[in-house]
Design a binder for this molecule. Sequence first.
Ligand SMILES: [Zn+2]
Length: 301
Amino acid sequence: MTETTPSIDPSPTREAGRIVNALSFDIEDWFHLVEIESVSDTDRWPGFPTIVERRTDEILGICDEFGVKATFYFLGWIADRYPELVRRTADAGHEIGTHSYWHRKVCDLSPAEFEEDLKRSIAAIEDAGGARVTSFRAPSFSITPGTEWAFDTLLDAGLDYDASLFPVPRENGGYPCSVAPHVFRGAPSGRSIPELPMSLMQLGPRKVGFSGGGYLRLFPGWLIRRGFEALQRQGLPGVVYLHPRDLAPDSPVVPMSFSRRFKCYVGLSTTASKLRMLLGRYAFAPCGEVLRHALGEDVAA
Ligand SMILES: [Zn+2]
């Protein structure tokens, strides 16, 4: 594996003495779960009840309450069905990214399949929202060791940066790398691409996620704050990543193993208040802005 080189000047990530953290949302519906048999048939998706529009509007409202802009990584499939949701998000001044078209794991696809899916998602999202897609987040952080070709596909598609790497192994993905914003230099072509990896905190002997998805739903507010404050002491931004279903206690429950069910459904009623707590306490900006500040001239504006 090619070593990634953290290239960070901590000072520009501070705004009036505060670290500016990254706020992001992966916009998919409750049934966009990887490797769950009962929701894997894409022909059935249009017939399922939906929470994505209502809960994304709730997220947009919370951002508005705090005057904060974020990056919204839309599924192309969602953009094709709810183009006005993409447009509302772009019109509100948020950054727009892609979360793929079909929500398939990158490490399960061939390079050609990934390219086809990525291009289709970008076209759907840009057609819907009229805003340029700047960046990518892989479903389930599924750019894994051996899948570095995906970075060349992202560059060929004209994207500015990636926000897919989860720096420790996890159920469906993970890629060992620095937690600092850095320039990823391991693409097979030799080209480099700016990377905003997910955040980790030290919990006992392990480094774990704490700032998004099931981790944020599971962990109490004080522990999440401890994670943010540890990053701030190192001069590093935290990266919040949430989904509409993370805010949806009324989300339909899908049959799955006990451990997966716990991860998918724990703490749903606590997410909105934890998000408001974080937005009230810390400074946030879209991922692209945080990355540009961290890397300076390495990232095109
Ligand atoms: Zn997803």
